[in-house]
Design a protein around this ligand. Sequence first.
Ligand code: TYD
Length: 135
Amino acid sequence: MINTGMLKFKNIDDKYGHLTPIESRNDIPFEIKRVYYITKVEAGVTRGFHSHRKLHQVLVCLNGTVKIRLKNPDEEEVVELNDPSKGLYIGPYIWREMFDFSEGSVLLVLASEFYDENDYIRNYDFYLEEAKKRF
Ligand code: TYD
């Protein structure tokens, strides 16, 4: 889907475990300004329901599994994240919903900007209007 994509990170696996390095700009297509993570999501909960105007993000499921529903005015797609060495890039004007968090799952988010509520579009009808102007 436009403004989205899967990233594959380096995987250093040995008998001592699994290590994945992520370097700003080298491994993801922007400078990381903010990191947050989502944990302890109860069964049946769906989060997200928004798009961003400017923000670029990469989502990495560090443990367990989670599904991400991506939408633009013309398409809809569900991506399952279950591998800590893969990241889902989501750019501007993509609607996202996160659901089916498995017990103990950890969703890491790398973001290109500091938190700014004004960058959010949380109303789906308004999102469709604005996104149609861009795609
Ligand atoms: P939100 O981005 O809506 O979460 P999700 O899309 O996962 O459902 O954020 C939930 C709340 O947390 C909202 O009140 C804003 C706040 N928040 C911050 O204060 N800083 C942040 O970096 C983020 C991502 C959210």
